[in-house]
Design a binder for this molecule. Structure first.
Ligand code: CA
Length: 425
C-alpha cells in the first residue's frame, strides 16, 4: 500500500482577534496543526516554530513516525526554551500540537494539548485524541459531562502542552488504525469548543473536502467563535489503488507535492535579535527564512535593527495589502479573511482531477445524512488494539533502543514455539 493524504486547509481569525496563533501544515504524508498560547506575539512564535520543526518530519526518510514525532516534539521544546530564556517577552509561551503522518503502510498520530484529531468512517465521527485539559479530567472522573465542558470557565486550562519547559512531557503517540477511505479532521479549539460533535460530523460528510473545510469554519463563525479557528480536512487514500494515479500516467507523483502552510507559520513571525540568535543556536541546520527550498513555517529573524517591543502582536512577511486586511476590524466579512489553501491549486497538474475524484469517492462512501458520534474510547474499541502508546516504549532516533518490530517478532517466535510444543507434544 501507499497510504497518503488529499487535503484542504483553512484558517480564520475568528470574530474577535486580529492575530492568528494557529498554524497548520498539510502534505501528502504529513498533517500538522498547532494552536499557540502566550502573551504578546509569543503564541504565534510557539506555534510557528513548532510547526517548522515538525515540517522536517515530512523531509525525513525515516519510517518510524512515532519516533520522529517524539523527536520533533523534544526538539521543538528545546527551541522554545532557548528562545524564551533569551527573550523575556516569550516567557511561558507554548502550543498545542496534533500531527498525523503516513509511513506508506500505517498512519500514526502524535498529540499534546487540546487541538483534536477526528476520524470519519462509515458515517460515524470518532474523536481520536483525548484532550489534555482540566475539564477532560473532570469528564473522565464523571464530574462533568462533555456538553457542559464546552462552556466550562476553565475549558482552556491545559494539563500538557508543547512549551518552554525543557523537561516537559512528550507527545502522546496514538496507533490510530486510520485507513484508506477514512476522512480525518485536525482542528483547533476555536472549532471544537463551539460546535457540537454532531454538527462537526454532519459538516465533515460534505463530499468535497474544500467545501467541508470552508463550511466547518463558517459554522464556527456563525455561532460567534471568539478564537482563531483552523481545520485540516484530509481524505486518506491508497495511491496504489487510486483511480487518479492509475488512469493519469502523466500526473506528477502526488508525494512530490509541496506542503501547504497556513496561519502564523505562513504569516511569519518576528523575533528579537536575542530570540533569533537562540533559535539559530538551537537548530543550526534548520533554515528559518522564506527562501528555504522547502515550504514550511517561516520564521523571520529581523535581528538587532528591530527592537522586540515593536513586534508585539504583529506579523511580518506578508504583503502590505494582506497586512491591512489582517488588521481590519471584525466587521470585515469573515469569509474574505479565511485563508484557503489548495495543495494542488498552483503548480500541481493533478488539481482538477484530484478534486473531482475526491467528490466522487466521498459521495459513494457517505450515504447517511447524520453522523454518529463516538468518543476516543469508542474509536479504540472499534479498532481493537488501537490506543495511546506509552512514549517511553517508543524508540527515538536520538536515543536508540530496541525497535518495537524486533520485540514483537521475538514474541511471535516464542508464541509459535509454545504452540508447536503443545500441538506436537
Ligand atoms: Ca485556540
Amino acid at each position: 500500500m501507499a497510504v497518503s493524504f488529499r487535503y484542504a486547509v483553512h484558517t480564520d481569525l475568528g470574530t474577535v482577534r486580529t492575530n492568528n496563533e494557529d498554524s497548520a501544515l498539510a502534505s501528502p504524508r504529513l498533517l500538522v496543526l498547532a494552536d499557540g498560547m502566550g502573551g504578546h506575539a509569543a503564541g504565534e512564535v510557539a506555534s510557528a516554530v513548532a510547526l517548522r520543526v515538525f515540517a522536517e518530519v515530512d523531509q525525513s526518510s525515516g519510517t518510524e513516525l512515532a519516533s520522529e514525532f517524539l523527536r520533533a516534539g523534544r526538539l521543538a521544546r528545546r527551541a522554545l526554551f532557548a528562545m524564551s530564556d533569551a527573550d523575556p517577552l516569550l516567557e511561558s509561551m507554548g502550543t498545542t500540537l496534533v500531527a498525523v503522518g503516513s509511513d506508506g503502510d500505517r498512519v500514526s498520530v502524535g498529540h499534546i494539548g487540546d487541538s483534536r484529531v477526528y476520524a470519519l468512517r462509515d458515517s460515524a465521527l470518532y474523536q481520536v485524541t483525548t484532550d489534555h485539559t482540566h475539564v477532560q479530567r473532570l469528564i473522565d472522573s464523571g464530574e462533568l459531562t462533555p456538553e457542559r465542558a464546552r462552556t466550562h470557565p476553565y475549558r482552556s486550562m491545559l494539563l500538557k502542552s508543547l512549551d518552554d519547559q525543557p523537561a516537559g512531557p512528550d507527545l502522546d503517540i496514538i496507533d490510530a488504525q486510520i485507513e484508506p477511505g477514512d476522512r480525518v479532521l485536525l482542528c483547533s479549539d476555536g472549532l471544537s469548543d463551539y460546535l457540537d460533535p454532531e454538527v462537526i460530523g454532519a459538516t465533515l460528510m460534505t463530499p468535497d473536502r474544500e467545501e467541508a473545510a470552508a463550511e466547518l469554519i463558517q459554522a464556527a463563525l456563525a455561532v460567534g467563535t471568539r478564537d482563531n479557528v483552523t481545520v485540516v480536512v484530509a481524505d486518506v487514500v491508497d495511491e496504489d489503488s487510486d483511480p487518479a494515479s492509475a488512469t493519469d500516467a502523466s500526473a506528477q507523483p502526488v508525494l512530490a507535492a509541496a506542503p501547504v502552510v497556513v496561519g502564523a507559520a505562513e504569516d511569519g513571525v518576528s523575533l528579537s535579535a536575542e530570540a533569533a540568535a537562540a533559535l539559530r543556536g538551537c537548530l543550526p541546520e534548520m533554515p528559518f527564512d522564506s527562501t528555504a527550498p522547502m515550504a514550511g513555517a517561516r520564521v523571520s529573524t529581523l535581528g538587532a535593527s528591530t527592537p522586540a517591543n515593536e513586534n508585539q502582536g504583529q506579523t511580518s512577511q506578508r504583503g502590505a495589502s494582506e497586512q491591512t486586511e489582517e488588521a481590519a476590524p471584525s466587521s470585515t466579512p469573515s469569509a474574505d479573511r479565511a485563508q484557503s489553501a489548495d495543495p494542488t491549486s498552483s503548480a500541481d497538474p493533478t488539481s482538477s482531477t484530484d478534486r473531482a475524484q475526491s467528490a466522487d469517492r466521498a459521495g459513494s462512501e457517505v450515504s447517511s445524512s447524520t453522523a454518529g458520534w463516538l468518543t476516543a474510547a469508542g474509536w479504540s474499541a472499534a479498532n481493537g488494539e488501537a490506543g495511546a502508546t506509552d512514549p517511553d516504549t517508543v524508540p527515538v532516533p536520538d536515543a536508540p533502543s530496541k525497535p518495537l518490530p524486533a520485540v514483537l517478532a521475538a514474541a511471535a517466535v516464542v508464541l509459535l514455539a509454545v504452540l508447536l510444543f503443545l500441538v506436537l507434544g
